[in-house]
Design a protein around this ligand. Structure first.
Ligand code: HEC
Ligand code: HEC
Length: 133
């Protein structure tokens, strides 16, 4: 009988731990404000895209993402207030289109993940490549 009670108590502990783990994972499963990148993109892949934009344009994250209460260290990534973000979306669509129509060499990859033509191909570390001499 005692063993059975212990077993039940153990079962409760396990369920609480499982609930706790599920709650910790919640924020990651929240819907994102993604209009170009795939909805099911992993955090790692999203991060790697964003860092490639920084490098390609020679900017920091706040070039496209608006600061919360003017605090440069905390950015509202989901917000579309900064017009550069929408400009970047146009550029992303352009890049995906180029890769899909002219360089779809790897048909096992989704076009969003093709990287034949990428931002740095044109930008070369500058936000305004047309002005480069
Ligand atoms: C050149 C512009 C640009 C730069 C620089 C940039 N981002 Fe983004 N970011 C975007 C765009 C555009 C989207 C939305 C993509 C979409 O709609 O599919 C986005 C989306 C995101 C999201 C998802 C937000 C959501 O909706 O939940 C995160 C997180 C993010 N960026 C983080 C970063 C970080 C961190 C950096 C710096 C390392 C960075 N970004 C640099 C343009 C940029
Ligand atoms: C085919 C060449 C090309 C590719 C590829 C490209 N861009 Fe651009 N981008 C340009 C040109 C040209 C401009 C116009 C600015 C100028 O006059 O130099 C521009 C402008 C922008 C601007 C506005 C800059 C500003 O200060 O107003 C952003 C933001 C941007 N690009 C982001 C991106 C991102 C992010 C990628 C990759 C997803 C990308 N671009 C890929 C050529 C390109």
């Amino acid at each position: 009988m005692v063993r059975k009670q212990q077993f039940i108590a153990f079962g409760f502990i396990i369920s609480f731990v499982a609930l706790g783990v599920a709650a910790m994972r919640m924020p990651q499963n929240q819907p994102r404000n993604l209009k170009v990148l795939p909805q099911d993109i992993s955090d790692k892949a999203l991060d790697s895209f964003m860092h490639s934009y920084n490098k390609a344009l020679g900017v920091k994250c706040d070039f496209c993402h608006v600061a919360i209460n003017n605090m440069p260290d905390s950015l509202n990534y989901a917000s579309d207030v900064n017009p550069k973000k929408e400009q970047a979306r146009k550029m992303m669509r352009l890049t995906i289109q180029l890769n899909k129509e002219y360089f779809y060499f790897d048909s096992t990859k989704r076009p969003e993940y093709l990287n034949v033509v990428v931002c740095i191909t044109c930008h070369r570390g500058d936000p305004m490549p047309a002005d480069l001499k």
